[in-house]
Design a protein around this ligand. Structure first.
Ligand code: MRU
Length: 361
């Protein structure tokens, strides 16, 4: 992704040493700040406080967290300690556990004393693979968008929820990868961006990265999507996912389910873009079987924005003493989903197993 002419990934290893650089997503879109993450506890905090967020990026950050831990101490005990700290940092995105398990298998296959370099190499592999998977999702999604755009003498209107773009991954994004591919191929697209309360990842992050890439977009309130669909203003919905079950149920940012219901009622195709590390083959039905992150009430009670003098401020919007509840994700049942866009191609939810037959074991 290019930001003002310079290429960036969202996370990278500092070439000078064994530390990691991240774009601090809690400061966007108001400030573009790069942070140095030098220790395992700093990486755990970065994930927990959402300086890095989005399922694939959380996985990449956890892989680097394991590498940072191995630079400190590559004993069995520290390896296990690092894995458990990272896994408990955010519960819903399965990419986190996937990345930590992958790092553990690689590192336990060699004795202490040899793990440091291997950990950094494997973390780099996790990041490079994420970029490849997302590019492939972009290629497959491009064919779909091309077909849907054919014959329209106007831009293809796509609605998305939360941020499943470049910032949620190492590069390219999942739901936004087909959008960038279509835009770059000259297919006119326009994105309806749900603001995505309570943290406003749509308004803050998706709008920012689409703007940097020159993709036309409009931010809408979370409740506007159904109305736009009723009036023929949405041609398709594409969202990302934090965990997809073997049966094709999609767990994603809170509010996704309501968009899927509205899309179903209005015959608007609803797609989830999903790299294979986001599929949890151990779960069949998503209902009640996925840990849903329960975040603090402060995120509901307050809102962050830019002040007139250019500072960043958080203001309270609730009456004093009002209770607030903040479930961060919901599950969209497969019956509401038209298709899943993966690195292997696009399929209806009930054909996900067939597409990844050998991975399920
Ligand atoms: O709480 P967040 O910002 O980490 O939630 C992110 C999402 O819900 C994304 O849609 C999901 O991780 C897909 S990312 C490609």
């Amino acid at each position: 992704m290019n930001i003002d002419g310079q290429h960036y990934r969202t996370i990278w290893r500092d070439k000078a040493g064994e530390s990691v650089r991240i774009i601090d997503q809690t400061r966007l879109p108001h400030r573009f700040e790069i942070l140095s993450i030098d220790t395992l506890p700093e990486m755990v905090v970065a994930i927990r406080t959402m300086q890095v967020r989005g399922a694939p990026l959380i996985g990449a950050a956890a892989a680097y967290g394991m590498a940072l831990a191995m630079s400190e101490d590559d004993s069995d005990a520290h390896l296990m300690h690092a894995a458990s700290c990272l896994i408990s940092s955010r519960p819903t995105a399965v990419n986190l556990g996937w990345a930590v398990n992958r790092m553990q298998s690689r590192l336990f296959s060699m004795p202490a004393g040899f793990r440091r370099q291997a950990a950094w190499d494997e973390a780099e592999n996790v990041c490079d693979e994420d970029v490849k998977l997302n590019r492939a999702i972009g290629r497959h999604g491009l064919q779909l968008l091309r077909a849907l755009a054919a014959g329209k003498n106007r831009p293809l209107n796509i609605l998305t929820h939360c941020n499943a773009g470049w910032l949620a991954t190492v590069d390219w994004g999942t739901a936004m990868a087909p959008v960038y591919a279509a835009h770059d191929a000259g297919i006119p697209v326009h994105i309806w961006v749900d603001e995505t309360r309570p943290r406003n990842q749509g308004a803050h992050l998706t709008a920012w990265e689409l703007g940097k890439h020159g993709v036309p977009h409009t931010v809408i309130t979370d409740n506007a999507g159904g109305h736009l669909m009723q009036h023929g203003k949405v041609d398709m919905v594409i969202v990302g996912a934090d965990r997809v079950t073997a049966a094709g149920d999609v767990c994603n940012k809170i509010g996704t389910y309501l968009k899927a219901l509205a899309a179903f009622d209005n015959d608007v195709p609803f797609y989830a873009a999903v790299p294979s590390p986001t599929i949890d083959w151990t779960i069949e039905s998503g209902h009640g079987n996925i840990p849903i992150e329960d975040r603090g009430p402060d995120e509901v009670a307050s809102i962050q924005g830019r002040t007139e003098n250019g500072g960043i401020a958080s203001i309270n919007i609730l009456p004093h003493g009002t209770a607030a509840s903040n479930p961060a994700f919901d599950v969209t049942p497969s019956r509401l989903i038209t298709g899943i866009i993966t690195e292997r191609g696009i399929c209806p939810p009930d054909e996900l197993r067939a597409l990844f037959r050998e991975s399920m074991s």
